[in-house]
Design a protein around this ligand. Structure first.
Ligand code: FES
Ligand SMILES: [Fe+2]
Length: 388
């Protein structure tokens, strides 16, 4: 968002704060709790949302330089993403043509600009071509030209990277990204510095887990000493961005703007933004930095979350490094000890097998959008409560 749009957002939220108002959907949404445990639905979700639907893996700065790479296999398909020598983002099935080991592990910078399989050291270029076969005489009938890595569709646009883990598929970015990238432009997310990423396994259904990222309604009750102490509870402005959305919430300091001329406002200091890149990626833009969460389903009651912290520039010295390290540890502790602590307990009610409904309020408009979009792709539209 650029300066004027930010100021307009601040005006809207100043008004909401004054009126104790928030964006509301048309009615409550009622969902049977079987959607969080039904094996048939889970199988459809993993196939249609995580295999056949493009995934936003984050901002361009995840792969800043040629040879930068990262891997993940949480959708059940091992993937390596990298930036090649022409600075193009590429994705491959992370499966060696020899006997199938992953050719890259973890993330970082590929030494010498090649992927070297850890098993028998077959090497691949950044463009995925098979370059070297040690002990070549063992493979007289193997044509190197035919044994490159299997490419996967990958697209970079508006500072964001998308991948599709289905080799034969195509990415319709206009439909998937819509105006999300445009709306996020101005924050300069693509130029940030990745401070660190942590991978957190959680015993909770992936949809149930993601719900907590789409509303500011739980801040006061669940996070009274952290985010709840600096942000208003249950006040947000919502904007639909194709299948995605943006939520903006005011911090308690927003009142300071009332005494400041609009052209001197620094709205970013008083607002926090959640951007949802459907189906399971969330950006949280706040203060001078942003955080990224990517959620992947493992089974109906286990998920994996990748939490990353991005800074506008690398820490300048050891003191800054220490400051951000402590901050990163703090935000990780909060999600584990508060959000995921609760999530694991909530999951027990789901796993009890007792049929119940969950209710998504009109104020939980981002949560409603997530379920609506999932329902659209799966062909299972969620029920709305009858409007009184
Ligand atoms: S499996 Fe990769 S070199 Fe053998
Ligand atoms: Fe939370």
């Amino acid at each position: 968002m650029h300066a004027d749009a930010l100021a307009t957002e601040a005006e809207i939220l100043l008004d909401y704060v004054e009126r104790k108002a928030t964006c509301l959907d048309q009615a409550e949404m009622i969902l049977p709790n079987s959607i969080y445990r039904d094996p048939g639905q889970f199988a459809e979700e993993t196939r249609q949302l995580f295999r056949e639907h493009p995934l936003c893996v984050g901002p361009s700065c995840l792969l800043r330089e040629p040879g930068d790479y990262f891997t993940f296999d949480d959708t059940g398909v091992p993937v390596v993403l990298l930036r090649d020598r022409d600075r193009r983002v590429r994705a491959f099935l992370n499966v060696c043509s020899h006997r199938g080991a992953p050719v890259a592990v973890g993330s970082g910078q590929l030494p010498g600009g090649v992927m070297s399989c850890p098993y028998h050291a077959w090497t691949y270029t950044l463009e995925g071509r098979l370059r070297g076969i040690p002990g070549r005489e063992g493979f007289p009938n193997c044509d190197r030209a035919e044994l490159g890595l299997t490419p996967l569709p990958a697209v970079e646009r508006d500072g964001m990277i998308y991948v599709l883990v289905e080799p034969k598929g195509t990415i319709d970015l206009a439909a998937v990204q819509a105006d999300l990238g445009q709306d996020m432009a101005g924050f300069g997310l693509e130029d940030h510095h990745l401070f660190d990423t942590t991978r957190i396994p959680v015993r909770q259904n992936w949809k149930s887990l993601l719900e907590g990222y789409h509303e500011f309604y739980h801040f006061a009750a669940l996070h009274p000493n952290t985010i709840g102490a600096i942000s208003y509870n249950n006040i947000c402005h919502y904007r639909q961005l194709g299948p995605n959305h943006r939520l903006c919430a005011p911090k308690l300091t927003i009142a300071e703007l009332k005494d400041t001329p609009r052209d001197r406002w620094q709205p970013r200091n008083h607002l926090s933004f959640v951007y949802y890149a459907f189906p399971a990626t969330v950006f949280f833009v706040v203060e001078d930095h942003f955080q990224l969460w990517r959620v992947y389903p493992v089974d109906h009651c286990h998920s994996v979350v990748y939490q990353s912290l991005f800074l506008p520039r690398p820490p300048a010295d050891e003191a800054e490094e220490r400051h951000y390290r402590e901050f990163f540890e703090m935000i990780t502790r909060v999600v584990i000890e508060e959000d995921y602590w609760l999530g694991e307990r909530l999951q027990r009610g789901i796993d009890s097998g007792l049929e119940r409904n969950v209710i998504i309020g009109r104020n939980e408009i981002g949560v409603q959008n997530m379920h609506r979009q999932i329902g659209r792709v799966l062909g299972r539209p969620p029920q709305m409560a009858r409007v009184a």
